[in-house]
Design a protein around this ligand. Structure first.
Ligand code: DBV
Length: 247
């Protein structure tokens, strides 16, 4: 049973149809990783599968799909723009744990000025508002994470799986469609100051997510510390590694 497979089955073909995609290298040992957890009847195999692509305007389009039976299903789907575009990140953190579902879906902004908000948040507020009734605000989350979210941050903790299969999938498709329209319309940035601002904003976001990845504990328990740290810094949030390899 994979709750999030339909999300991947929609997103990857759509991206391939709309953008000139090419493969993004997935380091050896990260394409697929398995672990057996629990004992006896409660034994469970947890499989983590990685997908990655790139395009002329998008440095990395990547997904980590964790399938551990009914009590653990995760799809973490993040798009990182090339550093010469001021596009927001597309961020989807879709998590199913024994206690219920945790859904985080957003176009995560590089900047918080009015012009940026008008360009990349206002156009999707109607989509955001259309889901609020069924997918109400999920309550508290880390204060230090707040600067990384937009006014259209769809953050919800539903109990009902049907809401994930229907409303959350619908929101995911609409946010992705809107993001693709932003990508197609995006023009490259050439002035040095803006390029520096973009790189700093990306490093801030990626630095925070790599350092505070809420999945660190889960991955470490499943696959060990060494594999986990390399997966986080060498694949999931790899901009520092990418920049280091360039100069
Ligand atoms: N989160 C990831 C990756 C994951 C992942 C790569 C592949 O960034 C899974 C796996 N996220 C994951 C899991 C949990 C969360 C929680 C397993 C549950 C951890 C637990 O409760 O045991 C959005 N993800 C969260 C939370 C938020 C997000 C807000 C709750 C954290 C908390 O309450 O402490 N997206 C996530 C996030 C940022 C973002 C933290 C920060 C900028 O953009």
């Amino acid at each position: 049973m994979s709750l999030y497979q339909p999300f991947l089955n929609h997103a990857i073909p759509l991206l391939k149809e709309r953008l000139p995609l090419s493969p993004y290298p997935i380091p050896q040992g990260f394409e697929r990783k398995e672990a057996i957890t629990g004992k006896g009847k409660r034994q469970e195999t947890v499989v983590t599968t990685s997908y990655a692509f790139k395009s002329p305007k998008l440095r990395q389009i990547r997904a980590a799909h964790v399938q551990g039976g009914n009590s653990l299903q995760v799809l973490n789907f993040v798009i990182f723009p090339q550093l010469n575009y001021n596009l927001p990140f597309f961020g989807a953190d879709l998590v199913t744990l024994p206690g219920g579902h945790l859904i985080a879906l957003d176009m995560q902004p590089l900047f918080h000025d009015e012009a940026y908000k008008k360009k990349y948040s206002d156009p999707i507020l109607p989509i955001y508002q259309s889901y609020l009734e069924d997918l109400p605000w999920g309550g508290d989350f880390p204060e230090e994470a707040k600067p990384f979210f937009s006014p259209a941050f769809l953050w919800t903790r539903p109990q009902e799986t049907e809401l994930v299969e229907n409303q959350v999938l619908g929101a995911f498709k609409e946010y992705l469609e809107a993001y693709l329209n932003f990508v197609v319309a995006a023009e490259p940035i050439s002035d040095d100051q803006s390029l520096e601002d973009i790189q700093n904003a990306q490093l801030r976001y990626i630095g925070y997510r790599a350092a505070k990845d809420p999945a660190r504990g889960m991955f470490t328990r499943l696959y060990g510390e060494e594999w986990t740290e390399e997966y986080i810094h060498g694949f999931l949030f790899d901009l520092e590694r990418y920049l280091g390899s360039k100069c």
